[in-house]
Design a protein around this ligand. Structure first.
Ligand SMILES: CCCCCC/C=C/C(=O)SCCNC(=O)CCNC(=O)[C@H](O)C(C)(C)COP(=O)(O)OP(=O)(O)OC[C@H]1O[C@@H](n2cnc3c(N)ncnc32)[C@H](O)[C@@H]1OP(=O)(O)O
Length: 374
């Protein structure tokens, strides 16, 4: 089948979302391309164009024998509920890459020392003093695969050494992140469930350690709902900006699991123990406004102006002296580091046991069989 979610919908740089005018220009530019981009790319362009102009696929699926229209329908349908604005941006970015590659070496070539992620599910870019790590699996609500955890670790390690002043984590499409990809638990290694739990706990620990130790200002641009580990690690960010469409949900008990990302320590500190317990024990979902009132989110923006306002602000902040920002972060965070590492180790080891429990296995089986949704 066509892998449209993995179409390579790279969203370029921490720029504002493309305007209608940018989009119209890109539509005209496609007609001027010197080289035929090939059928696969044309299919990407088609799907993004439809999504950008009409929204999610809303026409009946063509019959099996109507091969061409069915292929086009599949491509459009696979974009799921990606917003018109994000589709427009992806379209503009794709056309700009096509134009650049047909004319000259790509101006977006990555820094020589930056290893690009293994898959299209993560897109890392650096521009205007900001390194952006973008979760890019919109059709799966940006759920984190095992490969993505590895790629995020590598991206953070590279960002900690690159020229940028600020590092941002954000998502493509209508979700920020739906947390751990629950199908990660279905790939059992030779050592069975026990080995799976052991290696997942080790990976979790490494992953969270990277956030604890990250030396520069780390900003979450929460472009939509956030679930699970994408919420818990927010306590390790320096600043969290959210659209008013975002929500914050940690359904650990529902999943037979327990908190991670140091949230068992950071959440009670941030919001007080009873509010933290309501989230972490009972899975209470917070609105963006509630999360802001409780100190988990720095500021909430109207969805319509979210990207524009946030990136304009980050661009201004990225011009501040980078060493001063690093040193200030060190003073703020360093005395907590040892504690955070200990909390991370404990949470990972508790989860290692939880993942082997019947409660957890049943909850995941239930999600996978689509009997239950949160
Ligand atoms: C190294 C390991 C470290 C592990 C750390 C521990 C981490 C813990 C957590 O993060 S716990 C939280 C886990 N996440 C969830 O429980 C969320 C599960 N997803 C949902 O409940 C829903 O999908 C939703 C509420 C996020 C969105 O609902 P809706 O808007 O109705 O969309 P769909 O359900 O149709 O989703 C579209 C598409 O995406 C797939 N998908 C979404 N989230 C996940 C996920 N977390 N794992 C796997 N797949 C996910 C969903 O199945 C649909 O796929 P399909 O179109 O059916 O192929």
């Amino acid at each position: 089948p066509l892998q449209v979610p993995a179409l390579g919908l790279h969203v370029r740089g921490p720029a504002m979302l493309a305007s209608q005018k940018d989009f119209n220009n890109a539509v005209s530019q496609v007609k001027l391309l010197k080289e035929d981009p090939g059928n696969e790319v044309k299919l990407k362009l088609y799907a993004l164009y439809k999504q950008a102009t009409e929204g999610p696929c809303n026409v009946p699926k063509p019959g099996m024998l109507d091969f061409i229209n069915k292929t086009k329908w599949d491509a459009w349908n696979a974009l799921g509920s990606l917003s018109k604005e994000a589709a427009r941006q992806n379209y503009v970015d794709l056309v700009s890459r096509l134009s650049a590659s047909s004319e000259s070496p790509s101006p977006e070539a990555p820094a020589a020392d930056r290893k690009q992620p293994e898959s299209d599910s993560l897109v890392v870019t650096s521009e205007d003093g900001i390194t952006t790590i973008r979760l890019n699996r919109p059709a799966k609500k940006n759920a984190l695969t095992t490969q993505m955890y590895h790629d995020i670790i590598a991206a953070l390690q590279a960002a900690s050494k690159d020229e940028s002043a600020i590092t941002v984590l954000t998502g493509s499409g209508d979700y920020y992140c739906s947390g751990n990809d629950l199908t990660n638990f279905t790939h059992l290694p030779a050592g069975g469930l026990e080995e799976m739990a052991r290696s997942a706990a080790a990976l979790l620990r490494d992953f969270v350690n990277c956030f604890i130790d990250f030396p520069k200002p780390l900003v979450a641009v929460v472009n939509g709902p956030a679930v699970g580990i994408s919420v818990t690690i927010l306590g390790l960010f320096d600043v969290v900006y959210a659209t008013d469409r975002a929500s914050f949900h940690t359904p650990f008990s529902h999943l037979g699991q327990s908190p991670e990302g140091c949230s068992s320590y950071t959440f009670p500190k941030i919001m007080g123990s009873s509010k933290a317990a309501e989230m972490l024990l009972f899975g209470k979902k917070l609105t963006a406004q509630e999360a802001c009132a409780q100190g988990l989110v720095t500021e909430v923006f109207p969805d319509g102006t979210f990207q524009k306002e946030v990136w304009a602000r980050l661009k201004a902040y990225s011009k501040l002296p980078p060493n001063a920002m690093r040193i200030s972060k060190q003073i703020i965070r360093n005395r907590e580091k040892e504690k955070l590492h200990a909390v991370n180790a404990e949470e990972s080891s508790v989860l290692r046991e939880r993942w082997q429990s019947d409660e957890c296995m049943n909850a995941i089986a239930s999600f996978l069989s689509r009997k239950a949704k949160l």
